[in-house]
Design a protein around this ligand. Structure first.
Ligand code: HEM
Length: 260
């Protein structure tokens, strides 16, 4: 029985080793492009949105209209994890700031970079593929298609985009090669674990996020650390296989453990 379990575990590890999918860089409107990369190893989605530097930019996922859509927006300074409440399209209060975390404008998104060159702003941000919130779209790490809406404003203040600066399309999601450049190595023990799982990083130079996910990518626990060594209390989580993801702003490491 143990052998079968280990074989299944190894098969899962192996089959997870090259799952990165991307829409490639798509032009949505003149001057507005987007690239969405969905990583099935790290369970992280990376969005690169580029557009005019003096206006707000936005993209929404999994829908072809504003109603009930999970939206990412930026006014050039901050990023907003928004959700457009279902309602008549004449309403001017949508998309309202995040329903799932009103006190935290960027919600589940982390800003990686915000750069301006030749009047084009490029925003790179990351988020868990599946945040566990019903207002957040679940990015599937598989080949297929992704419906999106997009828009940009007339100024950097969030207000109606006007009849032309918005639209909807369906993007193809294709397999991408694996990049080893951004891998973060760390130690994790004991494995299997019952109570305390220790994570040991080589050198820590910036705020690092440690999260535990289940095998569907659902967030179980998260902790932001600033020291090399940290322990996570896993006593209360159900027995099974989990993923630990350790991420700085530009590097990510992933390991699996068994809770018993
Ligand atoms: C900033 C606040 C926003 C306001 C006040 C607003 C307002 C409106 C209004 C009044 C309409 C109907 C008129 C029209 O067709 O243009 C509309 C449609 C639309 N908007 Fe927005 N919008 C906002 C943000 C966004 C964002 C962030 C996106 C994309 C991520 C977006 C995408 C669309 C699309 C695709 C349509 C046509 C389909 C539909 O009616 O849902 N809008 N918006």
């Amino acid at each position: 029985m143990k052998k079968i379990f280990f074989f299944v575990f190894l098969t899962i590890c192996f089959s997870l080793s090259s799952q990165i999918y991307s829409t490639g860089t798509e032009t949505l409107l003149p001057g507005l492009t987007a690239n969405i990369e969905i990583n099935g190893n790290t369970y992280i989605t990376k969005l690169t949105l580029a557009g005019p530097s003096d206006v707000w930019l936005a993209i929404g996922f999994g829908n072809s209209e504003m109603n009930g859509t999970d939206i990412f927006m930026t006014d050039g300074n901050t990023i907003r994890d928004a959700y457009s409440e279902p309602g008549p399209s004449s309403s001017l209060v949508r998309p309202v700031p995040p329903q799932d975390s009103p006190s935290n404008e960027s919600g589940d998104w982390n800003l990686v970079s915000n750069t301006v060159s030749s009047d084009t702003r490029t925003i790179v941000a990351t988020r868990s593929n599946n945040t566990g919130s019903s207002n957040d779209y679940i990015f599937n790490a598989s080949e297929g298609s992704l419906s999106i809406i997009y828009a940009f404003g007339g100024t950097s203040t969030y207000a109606w985009h006007g009849p032309n600066n918005r639209g909807a399309t369906v993007l193809n999601v294709n397999t991408l090669g694996v990049s080893k450049n951004n891998l973060l190595s760390f130690k994790m023990y004991p494995n299997p674990v019952s109570n305390l799982l220790t994570i040991q990083l080589p050198v820590i130079t910036e705020k690092t996020e440690v999260v535990i996910l289940d095998l569907t990518g659902r967030l179980i626990k998260s902790k932001t650390i600033t020291t090399n060594n940290t322990s996570l209390d896993v006593q209360k989580i159900s027995n099974g296989i989990y993923v630990v993801r350790v991420a700085t702003s530009d590097k990510i490491g992933v390991k699996k453990f068994i809770k018993k």
